[in-house]
Design a binder for this molecule. Structure first.
Ligand SMILES: Cc1ncc(COP(=O)(O)O)c(C=O)c1O
Length: 273
């Protein structure tokens, strides 16, 4: 089994706190700890279909881990481009990835890695290259809509935008909200590059909310009371729910605390100080 199918439930405590009906879809429970497993598997299947032997991405975290993990399981060589030295390099290499470090902006990292991938017949899992990346996220919404709860809105976090654009693909209803942050407590939504959203010229049509440190800490605490431990990006979603007027909400939580313990440690240090 690849995706957790026991990952949807009503949160009594969060609902009571906001005086809303809040449901949670825990993509953080996927095997490598994030919603990126959906994208990785779709793109690995595409690579196999197109007879590629190699797949690659530029990423700072969750996509790289997930892609490296599943690439080896599917006999593909994985190429990861990073723009910062991180503790993840060792893990990525252990998972079989070839890591390239270039200290350039994320935008240039996407650009240069895409050129390298093209020249070397490596399928690119970067934002904006294959529509399958969006389709992988659209399946999450299909699973939510199957529940027949008549949600007024779905809330997720947003960085490049593949996740939010995919969740909302071809849908007018329910409404979709994307939470971003400049806070260092939510690193995976920190760049807020909206690369994919800008490509699609859809920026104005999406509802975007900015979360601060306080909201991330609050979201983390509320989820912890339910026994759910997530990273800063997912905490930011819950901490921002008071900015949404709708009462019946489904939140898609995308990253596990275990994927980013140092970030979670910072949240907990701030919470107690
Ligand atoms: C845990 C987590 N949540 C949300 C996002 C944002 O996804 P996107 O870049 O598709 O907007 C990311 C992206 O890295 C992530 O790792």
């Amino acid at each position: 089994m690849i995706y957790s199918n026991n990952n949807f439930f009503f949160s009594k405590k969060i609902s009571k706190h906001f005086d809303k009906q809040v449901y949670l879809k825990l993509e953080s429970q996927n095997l490598t700890g994030s919603h990126k497993d959906r994208e990785s598997i779709k793109l690995i299947n595409l690579a196999t279909k197109k007879k590629y032997k190699k797949i690659g991405c530029a990423s700072t975290g969750n996509l790289a881990i997930s892609l490296a993990f599943y690439a080896r399981l599917n006999n593909l060589k994985c190429f990861v481009w990073l723009n910062k030295k991180t503790y993840l390099i060792k893990l990525l290499e252990e998972l079989g990835a070839k890591v390239t470090l270039k200290k350039i902006s994320l935008k240039n990292l996407y650009y240069e890695s895409n050129n390298f991938f093209k020249e070397n017949k490596i399928l690119s899992a970067n934002p904006g290259v294959y529509e399958q990346k969006l389709d992988a996220n659209r399946i999450i919404t299909s699973e939510i809509l199957k529940k027949k709860n008549k949600f007024q809105c779905i809330v997720s976090s947003v960085n490049n935008g593949s996740h939010l654009l995919g969740l909302s693909k071809n849908l007018k209803q329910p409404k979709f909200y994307g939470v971003y942050s400049k806070s260092k407590l939510a690193k995976s939504i920190n760049a807020f590059s909206l690369t994919e959203i800008k490509n699609k010229k859809k920026n104005g049509k999406l509802n975007l909310i900015k979360a601060n440190d306080k909201e991330i800490i609050k979201g983390f605490s509320l989820l912890a009371k339910e026994g759910i431990f997530v990273d800063g990006s997912s905490s930011a979603i819950i901490g921002s729910l008071n900015k949404i007027k709708y009462k019946k909400i489904c939140c898609v939580l995308s990253g596990s605390a275990l994927n980013n313990l140092s970030e979670v440690q910072k949240i907990m240090l701030k919470k107690t100080s």
